[in-house]
Ligand binder design. Structure first.
Ligand code: ADP
Ligand code: MG
Length: 252
């Protein structure tokens, strides 16, 4: 199986706080990887590094076989030109905890913004955008502004937007954490459908039941290191490491 993401020795500090301490991770094409871990363990920083929103102090990330940047200790960062980073980022969908929709744009305008910027003809972009909204259960909501939508609907718009450029890789950073409990299910259902579609997903979540159901692989991160990884059954039902056991006993 080919690797969509390869991370080697990802290392990052903010000031003297070491947030990523040498993460190695390979994600195979078409698989669903769930990342679990306590708050502050570095999960968002890792996702942001994959999307090139953070530069690593050491190590590298490669997406689709294209290396973004390499830094060996003490060495100058060797990285792709900004244009190529932008091109690569446009092939990665990112779904944020707080939706991050443009408040002054309608649902459809949010979805078509990136395709229009990428030069897709307006008629095609709008047609595809409508279909993408319909696919997440939002037919009829095209002209609504984010403030008129529930949190669950806003997050589904954000997922439609993440899909707009047909990315090979989609990153989800706690996509249901900001939602009222009764709205979590509708968003998980959309992600579940995507999980069966052959795309590559990396999902940071505290929804253990969901992880058990859809993850091909579960990774437990604590204090900037991967403590343990395995299948959902191994990691969730039979965690080997005391830190994983402790975390699960608190969230289950
Ligand atoms: P998680 O997503 O697992 O909760 P994060 O990756 O967001 O963890 O953060 C890991 C640590 O890095 C936290 O202590 C956080 O406060 C710190 N951190 C994250 N982003 C920044 C930043 N831009 N500047 C300074 N510290 C940051
Ligand atoms: Mg986070």
């Amino acid at each position: 199986m080919s690797a969509v993401v390869e991370i080697h020795n990802a290392t990052k500090s903010y000031g003297d706080r070491r947030v990523l301490r040498g993460i190695d991770l390979t994600v195979a094409a078409g698989t669903v990887t769930v990342i679990l871990g306590p708050s502050g363990s570095g999960k968002s920083t890792l996702l942001r590094a994959i999307n090139h929103l953070e530069k690593l102090d050491e190590g590298y990330v490669s997406v689709g076989g294209e290396l973004i940047g390499v830094r060996v200790k003490g060495d100058r960062l060797k990285e792709l030109p900004e244009r190529q980073i932008l091109a690569q980022r446009s092939r990665i969908g990112f779904v944020f905890q707080n939706f991050n929709l443009f408040p002054h744009l309608t649902a459809l305008e949010n979805v078509v913004e990136a395709p229009l910027s990428a030069g897709v003809p307006a008629k095609d972009a709008r047609e595809r955008g409508r279909a993408q909204l319909a696919a997440v259960g939002l037919a009829g909501k095209e002209a609504d502004y984010p403030v008129q939508l529930s949190g669950g609907q806003q997050q589904r718009v954000a997922i439609a937007r993440a899909l707009a450029l047909d990315p090979e890789l989609i990153l989800f950073d706690e996509p249901t954490s900001a939602l009222d409990p009764e709205l979590v299910g509708e968003v998980l259902q959309v992600i579940r459908t995507l999980a069966g579609s052959g795309r590559t997903l990396i999902v940071v979540t505290h929804e253990i039941g969901f992880a058990r159901e859809v993850a091909d692989r579960v990774v437990f991160v604590d204090e900037g290191v991967i403590v343990e990884e395995g299948t959902a059954d191994q990691l969730i039902n039979h965690p080997a490491h005391p830190r994983t056991q402790d975390f699960l006993s608190r969230v289950l």
